[in-house]
Design a binder for this molecule. Structure first.
Ligand SMILES: [Zn+2]
Length: 284
């Protein structure tokens, strides 16, 4: 993992690497997930995994106690009790060649990309051109089919029939990068966690000009999940080359926090709302 995603390429505020476990313990079976939730750790136990690799850190901010009645304490106890190690590759995975940004770029249909921005010397986000211009709605629908399904789906800002060719993207929370997106000349910006004020202000400004960039807001979990099959493939290649074939599984448990959406006239039950079908494509 450290050859593919060097810890030194992580942002200075980040916490990556071995979170819990013994670097000397043998590993036969690995579970890959975006978040180390209780459900993911239960899956690891159920599968007999020795190592869980996640994108998001369990312990990003300071922790002063880890009792069992607090979620992070519970997670640590589960890991230690079951002798499962936890390893995390976060912003170092965002910037790598076989990283989160490249996985999302692939799903957007981009063949060649350049960095959207540079932070602490590392390339963050991608920008590239689609082979052909597509109507915004068709582009969003194509992306929706390539992302694992979530209750909220994709939110789009812009005219459905407007043509888009140049795409900027930033996996994870991306409403801090509008300046770079505008500078990139992108027709559409694909990211997650867009808040009201930054998104509205960006769209208001765009309307004074050519109307672009339009926005596609995906579930944070969904866009970063795309990286997991890529890690599985790269780890398998690296380990097979050394004669160590390991059992590597990509978790398909959605760790998106939202379970359903309700529109007027709907009751919020499984019929009226939009239940999650955890069947991400490419899962193994
Ligand atoms: Zn993230």
């Amino acid at each position: 993992m450290e050859r593919l995603y060097p810890p030194l390429t992580a942002q200075s505020w980040d916490q990556v690497g071995l979170v819990s476990g013994d670097a000397a313990q043998p590993v036969r079976s690995i579970l890959l997930a975006v978040d180390p939730t209780q459900a993911v750790l239960a899956e690891a136990q159920h599968r007999g995994a020795d190592l869980v690799i996640t994108h998001h850190p369990l312990l990003l901010r300071g922790l002063h106690a880890a009792p069992a009645h607090e979620a992070k304490g519970r997670a640590l106890r589960t890991l230690i009790g079951a002798d499962i190690a936890l390893y995390c590759a976060h912003t170092n995975a965002d910037v790598a060649t076989d990283g989160v940004g490249h996985a999302l770029a692939e799903a957007c249909g981009l063949l060649v990309t350049e960095p959207l921005t540079v932070s602490e010397g590392q390339e963050l986000g991608r920008v590239g051109d689609l082979p052909h211009a597509l109507p915004l709605a068709e582009f969003a629908s194509m992306l929706a089919h390539r992302l694992p399904e979530t209750a909220g789906g994709l939110r789009v800002s812009g005219p459905p029939d407007a043509p888009v060719r140049r795409v900027a993207l930033l996996a994870g929370a991306g409403d801090h990068a509008f300046t770079q997106v505008v500078a990139s000349g992108a027709d559409v910006y694909v990211t997650s966690d867009l808040r009201h004020h930054p998104a509205l202000e960006a769209r208001e400004q765009a309307r004074l000009q050519a109307g672009t960039p339009y926005l596609v807001d995906t579930a944070h979990w969904a866009s970063e999940w795309l990286w997991l099959p890529m890690v599985a493939r790269r780890l398998d290649e690296e380990l097979s080359a050394t004669g160590h074939g390991l059992d590597i599984t990509v978790s398909t448990l959605p760790t998106d926090p939202w379970d359903f959406v309700v529109r007027p006239g709907e009751t919020g039950d499984a019929r009226g709302a939009h239940p999650v079908t955890p069947t991400p494509r490419g899962a193994s």
